[in-house]
Design a protein around this ligand. Structure first.
Ligand code: NDP
Length: 493
């Protein structure tokens, strides 16, 4: 075939003349010196990297963030310094529990992670499409994820395992209610809101710190599937979220989100009726209204899924000056865990890959490791302090104000006592109309019914505590008598 196509080469760049195995005679055997075939086979054996333990199935796209409102009274973050300022971004959405081959249209939380390539480093906003989470103590996180994965013996998803855990951890009730609500199966990633979920901190030029929550509101609106629609769709298309996002961007229908924050002063935090750093709680809008910041638009599909989406790496520890953590215990644990998993999954120098690489100079004394590029270090020395010219040094102007922790006792505090796990779940339930309440109850009964009787009864107590009607509907669908729950109904305790 004669055409203008380029010459096929080995990975070393040497031209290849044929694509048939080199053999001793037409019937074989193979010759060891067929280095082209060896290279191809050996590279193939190394095509996969470990899949993420959670959020394994995902989709990604590049985009632009534009500041629309002035928030400099709250933060000195350079990329938020001026109305109209634009910052390049990369974003990855995901489902949480399913493996890489899982169907998209499943009932699950959705991951919502954005990398802002700012002039002062990457800020990663690593959130979900829900404003809260199932647990508040990081000791429970790995255990919770185990319950969402497969039973170690049967290799099946196990409703008894899930509900056993949830019923023993009532702090999960708020998120469980969201998960089984009509928002549990989005129509696609364009149709979800994103939340930072944790409380973070903002620091302004004067060194004043406020606590804040992040919200990304879909301009496409919220669209969800009912269970039967999703079941039919999964039978036809397991990649519905990936297809929807990719094709929308190819058509030029660039999805957008409004970025808003909620802000709480330290004084307000001390007076707040819930722990403002509890990941199972929202800050009610009526008390802490949304403040507009800007617009995020996704406008370019990646060229290569593996290089750019699979190897993209987001970590809540990627802060920039003006944005920082809060005492939230779950966030504190994630600050270590995410970067650590990327070092295992992608490699010690994952930040040098193009999708993860900051778009500003990176100047540090970390060195070497697998796949390090000279571009990152050049000829600079590898130690500090040094007396060499033009070497990077810390700059005091970036110091964050000290945290006043008062007189504190370090201990393993029980995160299950003195907490109201029921009021906010009940508030959400009471927002739903009658038909929504009934769908929610049917979905929960459908899966809770697969758990042992004692698990059902323990969990029913929690629904009754959140709202009498919530508990009664599910109990009736399960065929469980309601009189035993009379004492707890609606008590919120
Ligand atoms: P508001 O009435 O001010 O806010 C209600 C919020 O609920 C809206 O943001 C709405 O999102 C969202 N919502 C509607 N249906 C669902 C659903 N099925 N799953 C999850 N969220 C939904 O009340 P409050 O601020 O007092 O919050 C009441 C409850 O609303 C909370 O307990 C929490 O469950 C939920 N919520 C609260 C948020 C917050 O930050 N305060 C954020 C998201 C949910 P939309 O604007 O898209 O309609």
């Amino acid at each position: 075939m004669k055409d203008n196509r380029p010459n096929l080469t080995t990975a070393e760049g040497a031209p290849i003349s044929a694509q048939q195995a080199l053999t001793a005679g037409p019937r074989g055997p193979l010759l060891m010196q067929d280095v082209q075939l060896l290279e191809q086979m050996q590279h193939f054996n190394r095509e996969r990297i470990p899949e993420r333990v959670v959020h394994a199935k995902g989709s990604g796209a590049y985009g632009t963030f534009t500041v629309t409102h002035d928030v400099t009274q709250y933060t000195k973050a350079a990329f938020l310094s001026e109305i109209g300022k634009k910052t390049e971004t990369f974003m990855r959405f995901s489902t949480v529990a399913g493996e890489r081959g899982a169907a998209d249209a499943e009932r699950d939380v959705r991951g919502f992670a954005i990398k802002f390539y700012t002039e002062e480093g990457n800020w990663d906003m690593v959130g979900n499409n829900t404003p809260v989470f199932f647990v508040r103590d990081p000791y429970k996180f790995q255990m919770f994820i185990h319950t969402q994965k497969r039973d170690p013996k049967t290799n099946l998803r196990c409703m008894d395992m899930q509900w056993d855990f949830w019923s023993l951890c009532p702090e999960s009730l708020h998120q469980v209610t969201i998960l089984f609500s009509d928002r549990g199966i989005p129509q696609g990633y364009r149709f979800i809101n994103g939340y930072g979920s944790h409380t973070y901190s903002f620091v302004n030029e004067s060194g004043e710190r406020v606590w804040c929550k992040f919200h990304f509101k879909s301009k496409q609106g919220i669209r969800n599937y009912m269970d039967d629609e999703a079941a039919t769709l999964i039978g036809q298309d397991r990649e519905s979220h990936q297809r929807d996002l990719y094709e929308a961007i190819e058509r030029g229908e660039n999805p957008q989100w409004r970025f808003c924050i909620q802000v709480m002063t330290q004084k307000q935090a001390e007076a707040f009726h819930w722990n403002p750093f509890d990941l199972t709680k929202v800050w009610p809008h009526a008390e802490f209204p949304l403040i507009e910041v800007g617009t995020l638009e996704l406008n370019r599909n990646p060229e290569n899924y593996h290089a750019e989406v699979e190897q993209s790496a987001f970590s809540p520890s990627s802060f920039v000056p003006g944005i920082g953590p809060s005492p939230d215990k779950m966030l504190q644990a994630r600050l270590m865990s995410y970067a650590d998993t990327h070092r295992y999954r992608v490699g010690g120098n994952y930040q040098q890959l193009p999708v993860n690489k900051p778009r500003c100079p990176v100047m540090h004394y970390q060195r070497d490791g697998a796949m390090a590029t000279a571009e990152s270090y050049q000829g600079r020395p590898s130690y500090w302090p040094n007396s060499r010219e033009d070497t990077p040094q810390p700059a005091e102007q970036h110091a964050e104000p000290a945290w006043d922790l008062g007189t504190v006792i370090a201990d393993r505090f029980d995160s299950t006592v003195d907490h109201d796990d029921f009021t906010q779940a009940g508030n959400l339930y009471r927002m739903f109309d009658d038909a929504h309440r009934d769908r929610l109850a049917s979905r929960i009964a459908g899966v809770l019914g697969q758990a042992r009787k004692e698990v059902q009864e323990r969990q029913l107590c929690h629904f009754f505590r959140a709202d009498e009607d919530y508990g009664r509907r599910i109990a009736e669908k399960l065929g469980v008598g309601v009189s035993q729950f009379a004492e707890t109904a609606g008590t919120g305790a």
